[in-house]
Design a protein around this ligand. Structure first.
Ligand SMILES: Nc1ncnc2c1ncn2[C@@H]1O[C@H](COP(=O)(O)OP(=O)(O)OP(=O)(O)O)[C@@H](O)[C@H]1O
Ligand SMILES: [Mg+2]
Length: 331
C-alpha cells in the first residue's frame, strides 16, 4: 500500500519511435514523468506532442510495428512494466491500471449491455458472481451518478447519450479499483455543459474513492480545475513539471508561458487570442538544440545548437530551458 505522496508511476527517459513513410517519427523522445499516490497529475501539450503515445506505452498498447519502444523505464509500484512479459502487463490492465479514452463510443462494445461490460470487470477483478456482480454494477452506475441504474444496467450503449457513455466508461474503469486511472482527454468529445458535469464527477470520485489519476488534456483550463501537478509536453519531451499553482503564477518555460498567456486572455474574454506563434515541429524532423527554439522569442545561439538539460527550481519543480539553467531571464 502506497502512502500518499509516494510515486505510483515513474517514467524515466521513455522513447517511442514510429517508422512511417514520412521517416522516423520520434513521438516520445526522452519523457520523464511521475504520478504520486492520491494525486491528479496532468499531462498537457498541443496535438501531436506525444501524450497519447506516452499513455499507451504505460499499458503496453503501442502498435508494434510501426511503433517501437526504444528505451526507458516505466516503474509501476516497484516493477518495470517495460521488462514485464506482455501477459503479466495484460493482467495489470483493468485491474491495477485503468484507462478511459476520449471517445467513449469506440471503447464500449455496442453488442453488450452496459451492465455486462461493468460486470465483466467486476467478475474478473473482484471475483463477484451472479446477483452480487449485478448489484455491484448497479452500485457503480450509482457512483457515477447515472439516474435509474436498475434500468440502465440492462441497456445497450446506443441507448445512452455521449455524457452517459463516458460515465459508464468511468464506471468500468473504476470497477476494479485501479491503483492508477489514466484518462486521455476524457471530455474532449463532449459538449461544454456535459464536459463540466463529467469533470465535476471525476472530482467527486476523487474524494470518494481516492483515485490516483494521470489526466491527459490539451486544456490548461482543465488543468487548473482538476490537477495537483502538471507536466507540460512539447515535441515528445516534458519541458516543465510543477505544482499547478506555480505553473499559473510563475511559468518558467517560454512555451508554458505562452500557454498560460493564452488562457488568461480567454478568461478575460478578449477577442484576440494570444497564441504562440509558429507551429510545433514535424516530429520526423525535429530541430537541433532546444526543440522549442524556432518558436521562442528568447532563443539564442546556444538554444539553437545545444539541447538544455533539466534545471531544478526549488524541490518541487524543474524545467528544460537554458535561461533557467543559466540562472537568469533574457529580456
Ligand atoms: N500508429 C502510429 N503510427 C505512426 N505515427 C504515429 C502513430 N501513433 C502516433 N503517431 C505519431 O506520434 C506523434 C504523437 O502522437 P500522439 O497521438 O501521442 O499525440 P497527442 O499529444 O496525443 O495529440 P492529440 O492531442 O491530438 O491527441 C504524432 O506525430 C503522431 O502522428
Ligand atoms: Mg492524444
Amino acid at each position: 500500500m502506497e502512502r500518499e505522496g509516494d510515486a505510483v508511476l515513474s517514467i524515466r527517459d521513455l522513447r517511442v519511435h514510429f517508422s512511417t513513410d514520412r521517416g522516423l517519427v520520434r513521438a516520445v523522445d526522452g519523457v520523464d514523468l511521475s504520478v504520486r499516490a492520491g494525486e491528479t497529475m496532468a499531462l498537457v501539450g498541443e496535438s501531436g506532442s506525444g501524450k497519447t503515445v506516452t499513455a499507451l506505452s504505460i499499458m503496453k498498447l503501442v502498435p508494434v510495428p510501426p511503433g517501437r519502444i526504444v528505451s526507458g523505464e516505466i516503474d509501476f509500484r516497484g516493477e518495470d512494466l517495460l521488462k514485464m512479459p506482455l501477459g503479466k502487463v495484460r493482467e495489470k490492465r483493468g485491474r491495477d491500471i485503468a484507462m478511459i479514452f476520449q471517445e467513449p463510443a469506440s471503447s464500449l462494445n455496442p453488442t453488450i449491455t452496459v451492465g455486462e461490460q461493468i460486470m465483466e470487470a467486476i467478475r474478473l477483478h473482484q471475483g463477484l458472481r451472479g446477483r452480487a456482480a449485478l448489484e455491484k454494477a448497479i452500485e457503480m452506475l450509482n457512483l457515477v451518478k447515472i439516474q435509474n441504474p436498475e434500468k440502465r444496467v440492462r441497456e445497450y450503449p446506443h441507448q445512452l447519450s455521449g455524457g452517459m457513455k463516458q460515465r459508464v466508461m468511468i464506471a468500468v474503469g473504476l470497477s476494479c479499483r485501479p491503483k492508477l486511472l489514466i484518462a486521455d482527454e476524457p471530455t474532449a468529445s463532449l459538449d461544454v455543459t456535459i464536459q463540466a458535469q463529467i469533470l465535476h464527477l471525476m472530482k467527486e470520485l476523487r474524494h470518494e474513492v481516492g483515485t490516483t489519476t494521470l489526466l491527459i488534456t490539451h486544456s490548461l483550463g482543465i488543468v487548473a480545475e482538476m490537477a495537483d501537478r502538471v507536466s507540460v509536453m512539447y515535441a515528445g519531451r516534458i519541458v516543465e513539471t510543477a505544482p499547478v499553482h506555480d505553473i499559473f503564477r510563475d511559468p518558467l518555460h517560454p512555451y508554458t508561458r505562452g500557454l498560460v498567456k493564452s488562457i488568461v486572455n480567454m478568461r478575460e474574454e478578449r477577442r484576440r487570442l494570444d497564441v504562440i506563434p509558429g507551429a510545433p515541429p514535424n516530429p520526423a524532423r525535429l530541430p537541433e538544440g532546444c526543440r522549442f527554439n524556432p518558436r521562442c522569442e528568447y532563443a539564442d545561439e546556444r538554444c539553437r545548437r545545444e539541447e538544455p538539460g533539466y534545471a531544478r527550481v526549488g524541490d518541487a519543480r524543474w524545467v528544460r530551458c537554458w535561461m533557467t539553467l543559466e540562472g537568469g531571464r533574457r529580456q
